[in-house]
Design a protein around this ligand. Sequence first.
Ligand SMILES: Cc1cc2nc3c(=O)[nH]c(=O)nc-3n(C[C@H](O)[C@H](O)[C@H](O)COP(=O)(O)O)c2cc1C
Ligand code: SF4
Ligand code: FES
Length: 652
Amino acid sequence: MSVAVRSVIPIVPLAAAASTAASPQALRERKRQAPKGRRVQPAALDDLQALFGDADLSARPDLLIEHLHVLNDRFGQLGTPHLAALAQRMRLSQTEVYEVASFYHHFDIVREGPDGAVPAAPALTVRVCDGLSCEMAGAQDLLARLPQMLGAAVRVIPAPCVGRCEQAPVAVVHQRPVAGASLASVQALARTALGAASPVGPDGEPGGPPSRAALARIDDIPEAIDLDAYRAGGGYALLAQCLRCERSAESVIQTMEHAGLRGLGGAGFPAGRKWRIVRGQSGPRHMAVNIDEGEPGTFKDRWILERDPHRFLEGMLIAAWAVGIDAIWIYLRDEYHGIRALLERELERLRAAPPLPVGTGAGAGSGAAWTLPTIELRRGAGAYICGEESAMIESIEGKRGLPRLRPPYVAEVGLFGRPTLEHNVETLHWVRELLEQGAEAFATQGRHGRKGLRRFSVSGRVREPGMKLAPAGITLRELVEEHCGGLPEGHELYAFLPGGASGGIFPAALADVPLDFDTLQPHGGFIGSAAVVVLTRSATHWDRAVDAARNVMRFFEDESCGQCTPCRVGTAKAGALMTQPVWDAPLLADLSQVMRDASICGLGQAAPNAFDLVLRYFPDEVGASPAPATQPVEPADPDGRNSAPSPAPARV
Ligand SMILES: Cc1cc2nc3c(=O)[nH]c(=O)nc-3n(C[C@H](O)[C@H](O)[C@H](O)COP(=O)(O)O)c2cc1C
Ligand code: SF4
Ligand code: FES
């Protein structure tokens, strides 16, 4: 496996350096040889020794983020002495380790004081989701009152959507989510957590934060179908058929193409076509599975994994077999601690008992005996942009999640420079059903002329929020009435977001437009990951589109990776303009155009949807005159959150 080229620094043992005679010449020489940056503290090196033993950490620079997690978990923060020590152990520059660590929200970097000591980490961190659905459910009140209730030892901070919007408001105590969070429920769990925190670590030093075992237990996911249950229900029989050559890779790819399944991470690129493109590239080929699920309002991937992880894993392995993939990386958002434990366990079971005995079966087209591809589970670290496919690849390689300029596309040059098949979990979860039922069965479902089924993550003001499996093309009104128990008593539909933060905000007047890829573009937005947030009005409350738009623009400003000016400056500028009671519509229109035209990735291209559609559909809320009905609103780049399929591999 080839890995990205890194800057490698020479390592000078401190003890040896200290004992050298200090002639001016020797001093100059030593300065030249010493690693740049801060001196590495022996105590910090000892800490790393205790955690990593004698392992050669320099052999896998791609594991930098994993190692940062180990340190962050153990010490509750990343002290700069530990970063310097890690740089030395990994033979990376201190700058590189620092810039990667500081890119991700979940790493808390703390500098040592003048005395060389690093201030202690907070005893406990409570994150309160301030994403749109949670804000509508009272998150700001929790954020205002919890700090005083929980005391100075507990750090209370806002967090972007944690992927549980149907349970809003949500708080996360250390790593344990609290659904429908109240002051009392958060306080109760915080007390338990503080009790679970070990006062003394194994080395006699002060202990770290509460352990994952104490606060993110696998039994939090009681409904999950494990390997035995999945097999008992016929699971992995389809993969075994493929491996025994009872189905050909060509027939499998054709079925995927005919079913018309489109990528469900948000971009909507046809899955079968992507398989064919990647299979057409020279090997070795890699695969990356996207479980970053950071789009505010989206929780369908979590829902699937908490219940039926092996259906997704079987789809993944069939795709890998059909496309000729040798190694797979699964990138899981850090917020899904319970799922990580579940996947670790189930992957271990799968490795121990693969679908066919090792050495039997055949790789697609090769005739050689099939072996289970290498599967690595990687942990995100709190950066929405890492859901963008090329940023995710950078992150898996151990770097900052900066989206790549394309071409080349990841299907051609992806992970570690190899052609890469990247898919969302739900796309892979459909594979077994499509192949067992046939392309026709899937394509004949759908409504209002659309084909297939879709999983909608519905939150906001409906009676029964949750994951709803519904025909593609269902309208918002039908979705709410037929699948969500309708609106709460006395509420009137006011507005809705069909595609999370990215897809725009639509008025109730558009509640009869079919929801699917391509159907919302003429109205200025898109469905993306089908994260539906419903806004209403009643005698006692009054949702406003402008509040929703401000919420999502704050999110984009925080999550912009900062690589390109139109997005970095544009999201900040738009956020500031949007705080005004009367919006400067011409200036915002200019800003929108620049962001759409010149941003590198879908984040910057889609962010203007928030204010463009408020100006277009809710001008009275922001003191603007109504926009002309014909005002064109360019959809975002399909490589990001748009849905238009592309005929060329360019979009893969
Ligand atoms: C800013 C941004 C964030 C994204 N976040 C996700 C995500 O969290 N999960 C996901 O599957 N796709 C996400 N995508 C889409 C991916 O770039 C990519 O299209 C997808 O993983 C491909 O898989 P699919 O074809 O199965 O949909 C995001 C795109 C953009 C521009
Ligand atoms: S558009 Fe935004 S998120 Fe995307 S590369 Fe540019 S700065 Fe980064
Ligand atoms: S969990 Fe809070 S908005 Fe999604």
